[in-house]
Design a protein around this ligand. Sequence first.
Ligand code: UDP
Length: 328
Amino acid sequence: MSKPRVLVTGGAGYIGSMVTLLLTMSGYEVLVYDNLSTGNRWATLDSQLVVGDLLDVELLRATVKSFKPTAIFHFAASIEVGESIERPLKYYQNNTVNLIHMLSVADEEGIDRFVFSSTAAVYGAPETGVVSEDCQPAPINPYGSSKLMSERILADYAVSNPLFRYVALRYFNVAGADPEGRLGQAYRNPTHLITRALKTAKGEFEKLEIFGTDYPTPDGTCIRDYIHISDLANAHILALQYLDAGGKTLVSNCGYGRGYSVKEVIEEAKRVTGVDFPVLEKGRREGDPPELVASNERITRELKWTPAYDSLENIISSAWQWELTRRK
Ligand code: UDP
């Protein structure tokens, strides 16, 4: 019997490549569609790769027509809060308009299972730091808005097509690397806290800056829910199995339900690496909410998700191993 086929946009990126690997290991045949603007060819390992842009609807259509996937995983997106404030049009183009391209092709070709990468940034700066999916989304930066618009487009489209079902996972702060060392973060210009901290420990950056120490949190720095890439990737496999088994459309947080402050992350990064790297306290970075932690009741209940790497130490030590050994 032939394997079920999945098209993965953005499958050469950090999260998409890890999910591609897991899909392959779970018996799916994967085709990656990626423009390699931030992803890497090597990250697709043995999967088929079409180097293409989601703006190129002709190529996208031809790819889908010949590959004939039963499901689409849509990772391709821009993901930096700061950049989204400076370049909002890039975010609405890449994250929102390109989703419409993907959905239009899915519609034409009758593909009715879709897994979408959303983000905790749709919540904005919630009054209580722990957010459930019932909290009213209110993004405070173009990145969050572009993803929330995409969620609405998916919801509206699903109403128009009763066969179409999707899972949108709202990722909290994804970090860490494959425990077997095959894949990990490889952005050319990393901005995320754990990667910046480890690169500072490694000596690639002179110092780590803390963006804001006057937030209304116990130590004054922002609190986030950091989640290990392998647990996040596994949630995607469960999402597809759920859709394959006839599951209804689901919008769900994906996080551990526990937050750490920037200072706590830095302390742990120093402990794991054994390097007391220089840290400089700076002013706030625009667009950062003080606290963002997932309520994960829904994903636990609906997808039967059980995290296996749930600790800051697991996250940071796997990311550190990757930093020390990774492919450039
Ligand atoms: N942060 C920091 N220094 C850095 C990078 C990030 O203090 O070099 C802070 C950032 O302001 C936020 C938290 O770390 O409060 C997590 O930021 P990150 O960019 O990793 O993820 P985000 O929550 O923006 O998706």
